[in-house]
Write a protein that binds this ligand. Structure first.
Ligand SMILES: *[C@@H]1O[C@H](CO)[C@@H](O)[C@H](O)[C@H]1NC(C)=O
Ligand SMILES: *[C@@H]1O[C@H](CO)[C@@H](O)[C@H](O)[C@H]1NC(C)=O
Ligand SMILES: *[C@@H]1O[C@H](CO)[C@@H](O)[C@H](O)[C@H]1NC(C)=O
Ligand SMILES: *[C@@H]1O[C@H](CO)[C@@H](O)[C@H](O)[C@H]1NC(C)=O
Length: 203
């Protein structure tokens, strides 16, 4: 009985070779924190017990959750620096994924563009669609008070043409909070902060 059990365990670990937990978060296959586990093409980083995703421009984004069966993970949008209205990856114009890696952004992200310059986003201000922005500003902690009453709009990031980036600087905005699976009319408390990425499953 024990013998059989060992064979099964050995078989499973050879077939998948799942990486160990990082802090309190499971690292399901094919995600790989180390060359000896997972599939190295699906590289993520375990830095001091925090699981992180590395962008093509060298920024680390904290991984908030992973859904292995849906091939999806949610990363934290870059923090907005206290007292300012800048996303911390502003210098690299926002999020850029390496197109040679098997990750892209899913079609479920609602991105808010904040502190945008006129006149590019002038049109967006008047539409009722700005309400997400104002709800956001009114609910987030004091830290990003610098974002209050700036030009802001939001959009559902569902275009296949931009599935490897969320640009801010190039379009005249300085911060970009993002929410996953946003429903119109939903209350702030039900919002899921994050940027959802998906991966192409290994063959
Ligand atoms: C993961 O994704 C599957 C398929 O989309 C879904 O049915 C399931 O509820 C998700 N699991 C979690 C924990 O969200
Ligand atoms: C908003 O953006 C402008 C540049 O467009 C910048 O000068 C300003 O500092 C930003 N506001 C805050 C509060 O960071
Ligand atoms: C938006 O509002 C401003 C002032 O409130 C107005 O001047 C402008 O024409 C409006 N833009 C659109 C596209 O309606
Ligand atoms: C992202 O990759 C998935 C495969 O995992 C693919 O089905 C999807 O079309 C891609 N999305 C975009 C927007 O290119």
């Amino acid at each position: 009985m024990m013998f059989l059990f060992l064979i099964l365990v050995t078989h499973v670990s050879e077939a998948y070779n799942t990486c160990p937990k990082c802090g309190s978060i499971d690292v399901p296959y094919p995600l790989s924190t180390d060359d000896n586990c997972g599939d190295p093409r699906y590289k993520v980083y375990c830095n001091n017990g925090i699981l992180e995703f590395l962008s093509a421009r060298g920024f680390y984004y904290k991984i908030l959750s992973i859904n292995q069966s849906a091939y999806k993970l949610i990363i934290s949008p870059p923090p907005i620096q206290k007292g300012t209205c800048y996303s911390s990856d502003f210098s690299s114009e926002g999020l850029k994924l390496d197109e040679n890696l098997p990750f892209n952004t899913s079609t479920h992200n609602t991105v808010m563009l904040i502190n945008c310059t006129e006149p590019l986003y002038y049109w967006a201000l008047n539409s009722s669609s700005t309400s997400f922005c104002r709800q956001f500003e009114n609910n987030v902690e004091e830290g990003i008070i610098g974002c209050k009453n700036t030009l802001c709009c939001h959009y559902l990031k569902d275009s296949p043409f931009t599935s490897h980036m969320i640009r801010i600087r190039a379009i005249g905005c300085t911060a970009y909070p993002s929410m996953v699976n946003m429903k119109p009319g939903s209350s702030f408390d039900s919002w899921t902060n994050g940027i959802e990425l998906q991966w192409v499953p290994p063959n």
